[in-house]
Structure formats: C-alpha cells, structure tokens
Design a protein around this ligand. Structure first.
Ligand SMILES: [Zn+2]
Ligand SMILES: [Zn+2]
Length: 419
C-alpha cells in the first residue's frame, strides 16, 4: 500500500519485476526465500522449450497441453486437473499472454501463488490482476491475482517471432488514446483521475518511443528488452490502478468489438496488432473532430435512451444485445449510462484542446507503428479494409463498455441527432 496525492491508496502485490539476463537465477532465489519447493511450470507447445532453463536450476514439474495456448474453459480445466494431481505449492507461467491468463486463473481458483516467466514481449498483462478469457465463446475478464513476482530474460523473449514484439508495441502505443480518453472522462464528467498513474503510463510510452528510435543502433535483443520494460511498467500501472482505465480506451474497444465477431466473421490479428490499428483510427477521428470543432449543442442533447435503443443494436449485436445493454445501462435505465454524467462548462473546449496536445498526430502514430513492424490497417489483420467497415467499427466499438471515451461521446451525439 502507498498513499498518493490523488487521495487513493494504490496496492502493488507483485514483489519483484525483473528483466535481466540472470532472471532464472533470481527466480530460484525468490523461490528459496519464499520456501516454495514444489513448483509446477505451465507452458504450451511453443514455450515448453524454455522450461529446461528453469529445471536446470531447481526441481519443478511441467504441464504443457498440446497445441497453442488459448485462454478458454477447456485449457483451464486441463491445467486444473494437473494441479489437483501434482499438488504444487506455486505455479510458474512460462509463455506469452494466454499461458499467463490460464495460469493466473487456475492459481486464483486453487488459492495458489504464481510466478511470471514471459517468453515474448507481446502484451502488457503479465503483471496485471485480471484474466482475459474466452469462456464458452464469449470474451470475458475475470478478477484474478497478479503474479507474486515476474522474471523475464531478454535472451528468451527476444527469440520470440518479431510479430509478437511488434504486437507488444501496439499495446503500449494504444495508451496514447487510453490516457487521452481518461482525461476526457475527467473533463466531461468529473471522473477520478490519478496524475501519478498517468505519469507512469506516459513513462512507459516514452521509453518505448525512444526504443523504436534506437532500434537499428542498439540491436534486436536490447530493443526487445526496452519493449518488455515498457510493457511491465504499463502492467504495474494497471495493477496500481485496480482497473484498466489507464490502459484501455476506445482503441481497446475496437479490438474487443472485432474479437466479438459481430461486424466481421473472423480476424487473425494479435491483441496488440488490433489495438494498434484501433489506435490509429481513433487518433485520426479525435484530431479531425477537434480540428472541425465539437458540436456542443449536439453533445448537450445526447439522449442515452436513443443511443441504447435495443431495436438499433440488435441487428449488429444479435444474441449479445442483452449483455451490451446490461453493460451500458448498469441499473437497466438510461439514467445509469455514463453519458448522463456529462457536464459542459465554459472551460470544456479549452480543456479538451489542452488535453489534445498529449495525443500525437495520426502521421506520427502511423510512423511509429510502421517502424516497429506493426500493422496499421484493418486489411493487414484479416479484416475488411474498406472505409465503410472502419466507419461501422468506430460507430459500434463504444458499446463494448460503459466507459466514457471521446469516441462514445461523438457517436452518441450523432446518434441522438438522427431522425
Ligand atoms: Zn494516485
Ligand atoms: Zn491491451
């Protein structure tokens, strides 16, 4: 626990977050220090090859279900069975995002601690406290436990396919619009915002942008190490926040919408790739809207009942419409929508334009993504590349969460003004 100028106390449960060439040695020391003697390593087909780096230093069992890990009820029950049979005193997630989510879920379910051993710099969720799962086909996040400690070796995660590292870059750069949307929430609805956490996330972005600029000069391993450091800082900021507000705005809602397969049949984009594509589209939309001038009369006239009209949502969300309405209208009435909290003042426009200064131009964001080898268009991640599809994505993504974003405000103002 630490007190913060924002008035809240931020809790950090992860005791160590190591990115170093002797990460495995440090993990061994940590296990000894904790008195944990019977670890079970959780891996998948792609990542089990790294387990001997650990078992060479301390005794541990390994469970690696065939194939490529997916954070589903099938995988968690398989790993859960192994845990029941082997009775470990600690789990070790040896893999990327999905292996971590499976391990985190099972550890939480069984009341066991777990350690993180990331094998790719691909997402910012290694040290977070929520498990992102696909449960019976539906995308859900479960409250869960963060790792007791995380140990990452650059020689391991720098050997991952370059596409995974590029995806990690997309996830961190997505914080540009996450942070901007958080500020918009503060300006328009008086939402709580912690300047310390904004500074921490901004530090993660800054470290990453610097790494992209130095990539050619410092070499791939040092570059991947800097990407991993940025991911871990961002993950710790999420843990300190207690929710994903500092790290998830309209760009993540785009990614979630595509993963719900409502506008698209399928897509082969990784999480961070989708976030990067969403980021660019959202940043472009925000700068254009602010340059054209926001229509405050329309914003003042937002009608949540019209925005959350079942008849308009059902053609897109189908069987998920009930869940979408529950998310957006927590108590079932339009009065409970985050949109009803908007309060415009004489200072609103100035404050939004001031906040915009922290959001780089779409050209700058696009160049950063390209330099990192990350996709920038829907077409590159197996989605419809037409402007119409992107327009529909921007229009429906805000429904994925009740969370206020500028995209939600723009969409709701347009929809309320429609005949
Ligand atoms: Zn704070
Ligand atoms: Zn993310």
């Amino acid at each position: 626990m630490r007190s913060c100028p924002c008035g809240r106390r931020h809790t950090l449960l992860t005791e160590e977050c190591v990115v170093a060439p002797d990460a495995e040695e440090q993990m061994k020391e940590y296990l000894t220090h904790k008195g944990w003697k019977n670890p079970l390593i959780v891996a998948d087909d792609n990542t089990k090859k790294f387990a001997p780096r650990l078992t060479a230093l301390f005794p541990a069992k390994l469970t690696a279900v065939d194939g490529h890990a997916h954070a589903t009820e099938i995988w968690t029950s398989k790993v859960g069975e192994t845990v029941a049979a082997e009775r470990p005193d600690v789990l070790i997630a040896c893999g990327s995002g999905s292996v971590h989510d499976i391990t985190r879920y099972v550890a939480h379910e069984r009341g066991l601690p777990f350690l993180s051993y990331p094998t790719a710099a691909s997402v910012d969720g290694f040290v977070s406290g929520v498990a992102a799962m696909t449960w019976h086909g539906q995308k859900l996040t479960f409250p869960s436990s963060p790792p007791a400690a995380s140990f990452a070796n650059p020689a391991v995660f720098a050997s991952a396919p370059a596409r995974l590292t590029a995806s990690g870059v997309g996830d961190v750069l997505g914080k540009y619009t996450s942070l901007f949307d958080w500020r918009v929430g503060q300006i328009l609805t008086g939402e709580y915002l912690c300047e310390e956490l904004v500074a921490l996330e901004s530090e993660a972005i800054g470290a990453l942008v610097e790494a992209i600029g130095q990539r050619g000069a410092i070499g791939e391993e040092a570059y991947c190490e800097k990407v991993m450091n940025a991911l871990q800082i961002s993950g710790l900021a999420i843990q300190l926040s207690g929710n994903s507000r500092p790290a998830s705005g309209a760009e993540h809602h785009m990614s979630h919408l595509w993963e719900m397969h409502r506008l698209n049949e399928t897509n082969d984009g990784l999480h961070g790739e989708q976030v990067g594509v969403g980021l660019l589209a959202v940043a472009r939309t925000y700068h254009k809207a602010l340059a054209d001038g926001l229509d405050y009369d329309k914003i003042a006239a937002i009608d949540p009942a019209k925005v959350m009209d079942r008849a308009a949502l059902e053609p897109v969300f189908g069987s998920l419409t009930d869940g979408i309405l529950r998310e957006n209208l927590p108590d079932g009435t339009p009065a409970s929508s985050s949109l009803t909290k908007i309060r415009l003042t004489a200072d609103t426009d100035r404050a939004l334009k001031e906040a915009e200064k922290s959001l780089p131009s779409a050209e700058t964001i696009e160049a950063l993504l390209r330099d990192a080898g990350a996709p920038t268009t829907c077409g590159e991640i197996g989605l419809d590349g037409s402007p119409a599809f992107l327009g529909q994505s921007l229009r429906y993504a805000p429904y994925v969460r009740d969370r206020l974003t500028l995209l939600k405000v723009l969409m709701a103002a347009e929809r309320s003004a429609e005949a």
